[in-house]
Design a protein around this ligand. Structure first.
Ligand SMILES: CC(C)(COP(=O)(O)OP(=O)(O)OC[C@H]1O[C@@H](n2cnc3c(N)ncnc32)[C@H](O)[C@@H]1OP(=O)(O)O)[C@@H](O)C(=O)NCCC(=O)NCCS
Length: 176
């Protein structure tokens, strides 16, 4: 399978924050932003692997700066790293005041997607080939996150398999 550059599948999009996107403080509701992040990232994943891809995990999201009704939200997303069947997509989110042109970074998110075949099973994807220095740095940094996440997922799966008490997944906590 031939390698693909991050540029070949990158996606840039923007949204105008309307009142129905806001929380009761008049700033962008975090859940709406998370949906936009997931949406732009899946488009990158689909373009990179040329098939269906599902979100496997979302790294911790820090909302660094509030986004107001009337602001533009810019989302730039590209492939940082590829494994055998999974890929990390980085999403940079900025807010822009459309009248002054001021742009402020709002958050950065990292999501892992897994490509699926016709039977919904993980399937190999083209490797990513970073070209620029920034892309190469993102690739190196992603390796650290992927390794840490792999250990975490392994531990969580082991714990889920061994837990069969009333607090196991699917059972509501019981009064003691
Ligand atoms: C994601 C999913 C397809 C993985 O299936 P699986 O049978 O557990 O896959 P495997 O254990 O063989 O792992 C396949 C790859 O996914 C990666 N992966 C699996 N779970 C992961 C997780 N939680 N976080 C990050 N990567 C993960 C593995 O590291 C592996 O990567 P590699 O092939 O690049 O080395 C499966 O857990 C799933 O369907 N989850 C639900 C997805 C979903 O509903 N998303 C929301 C809507 S899109």
């Amino acid at each position: 399978m031939s390698a693909k550059t991050p540029r070949s599948s990158s996606v840039e999009t923007r949204h105008l924050v309307m009142p129905d996107h806001a929380n009761h403080y008049g700033t962008l509701f975090g859940g709406t932003l998370m949906g936009w992040i997931d949406m732009v990232a899946v488009m990158v994943a689909q373009r990179h692997c040329g098939r269906e891809a599902v979100t496997a995990s979302v790294d911790r999201l820090n909302f660094l700066s509030p986004i107001s009704v009337g602001d533009h939200v810019l989302l730039r997303a590209s492939v940082n790293y590829t494994g055998r069947t999974s890929m990390e997509i980085g999403v940079q989110v900025s807010r822009e005041n459309p009248y002054t042109g001021e742009v402020v970074r709002a958050t950065t998110a990292y999501l892992t997607f897994v490509a699926l075949d016709e039977n919904k099973k993980p399937v190999p994807i083209p490797p990513v080939e970073p070209e620029t220095e920034i892309e190469k740095r993102r690739f190196r940094n992603a390796i650290l996150r992927v390794e840490a996440n792999r250990n975490l997922v392994k531990k969580m799966r082991e714990e889920m398999q061994s837990s069969s008490g009333p607090d196991a997944a699917g059972s509501p906590p019981q009064d003691k």
